[in-house]
Write a protein that binds this ligand. Structure first.
Ligand SMILES: Nc1nc2c(ncn2[C@@H]2O[C@H](COP(=O)(O)OP(=O)(O)OP(=O)(O)O)[C@@H](O)[C@H]2O)c(=O)[nH]1
Ligand SMILES: [Mg+2]
Length: 437
């Protein structure tokens, strides 16, 4: 299918113990023969000398040959597991670049070929990119499930349901007697479609969970000037991210850190202390603090233990996404019913992380097992849903048109997995990959 053979360093930064150069395409067999002598048996690691005609021995390493279509890309593939020295790798890459029909791979080239050769669907390819990008345990779990085709199966089954419904309606149109009242028999079809629409609606709502897993659970620290927000941020981040002074009004901008809290990505934002002020800069800071709090998944309102009114704090003001925490608990009294933390002694920090993690877990618990993982999926799903809604609700339209809406709904699902025409999407999707994958 492809004329050229691609190659790339697929392993990480050099120098490294071992480096892996990967090759895929129609000239892999001839290329391997010039580099390592006769072709190794497929799927068996063999130790070989890697030689260039003009430069002699380049390295010794393990060579793996995969005969297409039984390979990652579906084409002939090979891996050279060589010593990860910069000069070693560069000598071999140079040699390959000069072979007839070989070119360096671009980002996502291998996976693009795997997709185009039917080795995986588009959602599986995206899941692979997510797996490589995964930084937290939750991100890894979400990605690995989808690499095994869970989304493909789910969307495939919905697509089949839609196409069956459409076929049923069209058959009814074709065979309807003059006396038949069109639509009476298809009543059951519309009921099914209503049920599918409801399923889609709750499935789409699950995207919120995917967003939290991918982008992070957003925690915002709020409180009066000098409440200890920046100190708490630094303590959680275990480094000096924000400036701390005893002057009220130190922080003006939003300061963010990304943390891995019990396997989930959490973004903690420090804000300007909230008070009435005539200072133009501080005023803008306070506005930003309010804005950040509105966008937060969880607001942590800090009440310093040395505040005069600490005994009057009412934690009952807490709600689903706002908690009150007593800060600087080493220097005063703890507000009734609140968690106490100290950035100085470290007291309460682990408990605070537990609270954050259980709040985050609660917001994820609503999600079903398979969720739309990308905005792209969500928008195709929403388009699909709108078509079904039109088909179901517009009984003033001719049946042909309502059936056509169902076909379009199926097409929107097909674009998620790449079953229907997706040529325009490929560039965007595969450019997100790293080179060598
Ligand atoms: N004893 C004690 N002092 C603290 C603690 N946390 C912060 N402080 C002190 O309180 C003062 C203010 O701390 P910051 O962290 O700058 O407070 P902030 O809420 O960020 O203040 P603004 O940025 O002005 O709104 C500093 O002098 C800190 O050293 C704590 O847990 N215990
Ligand atoms: Mg501050």
């Amino acid at each position: 299918m492809f004329q050229d053979t691609i190659f790339a360093l697929s392993s990480g930064a050099l120098p490294s113990g071992v480096a892996i150069i990967r090759l895929s395409g129609p000239q892999v067999q001839s290329g391997l023969q010039t580099l390592v002598g006769n072709l190794p048996p497929p799927r068996q690691a063999v130790l070989r000398e890697i030689r260039a005609d003009d430069r002699g021995l380049l390295d010794r390493g393990l060579v793996l040959f995969f005969l297409g279509p039984n390979s990652f890309t579906g084409e002939d593939c090979a891996e050279l597991q060589i010593h990860g020295g910069r000069a070693v790798v560069s000598a071999i890459l140079h040699y390959l670049a000069n072979l007839e029909g070989f070119r360096p791979a671009e980002a996502g080239d291998f996976t693009r070929r795997a997709f185009l050769n039917g080795k995986m669907d588009l959602s599986g390819a995206e899941a692979l990119a997510d797996l490589i990008a995964a930084e937290t345990e939750t991100q890894r779990k979400l990605a690995i499930q989808n690499t095994s085709g869970r989304q493909r199966q789910l969307y495939g089954s919905w697509r089949t349901t839609l196409l069956r419904a459409r076929a049923f309606i069209e058959a009814e149109l074709d065979f309807a007697d003059e006396d038949d009242v069109p639509g009476s028999v298809s009543q059951r079809v519309w009921e099914n479609m209503r049920a599918l629409a409801a399923t889609l609606r709750s499935h789409i709502a699950g995207y919120a969970a995917a967003e939290i897993i991918r982008e992070g659970f957003r925690v915002v620290l709020i409180g009066a000037p000098n409440a200890g927000k920046s100190s708490l941020l630094n303590a959680l981040a275990r480094r000096e991210v924000a400036i701390v002074t005893d002057i009220p009004g130190t922080t003006r901008d939003l300061v963010e850190v990304s943390l891995d809290v019990r396997g989930l990505k959490v973004i903690v934002t420090d804000t300007a202390g909230i008070r009435e002020t005539d200072d133009v800069v501080e005023k803008l800071g306070v506005e930003r603090a309010h804005g950040a709090a509105r966008a937060a998944d969880l607001v942590i309102h800090l009440m310093p233990a040395d505040a005069a009114d600490i005994d009057r704090v009412n934690p009952l003001n807490e709600d689903n996404n706002r908690i009150v925490v007593t800060s600087k608990c080493d220097v005063g009294r703890v507000a009734r019913g609140t968690l106490a933390v100290s950035a100085v002694t470290g007291e309460g920090l682990e408990e605070l992380l537990d609270v954050i993690s259980s709040r985050a877990a609660a917001s994820l618990a609503l999600a079903e097992s398979t969720i739309p993982t990308r905005l792209r999926h969500k928008s195709h799903l929403s388009d699909c849903l709108s078509c079904i809604d039109v088909a179901v609700s517009r009984d003033d339209l001719p049946l042909e048109l309502r059936a056509e809406e169902l076909r379009q709904a199926a097409d929107h699902l097909g674009r998620i997995t790449g079953t229907t025409d997706v040529e325009d999407l490929l560039g965007v999707i595969f450019s997100e990959f790293c080179i060598g994958k």
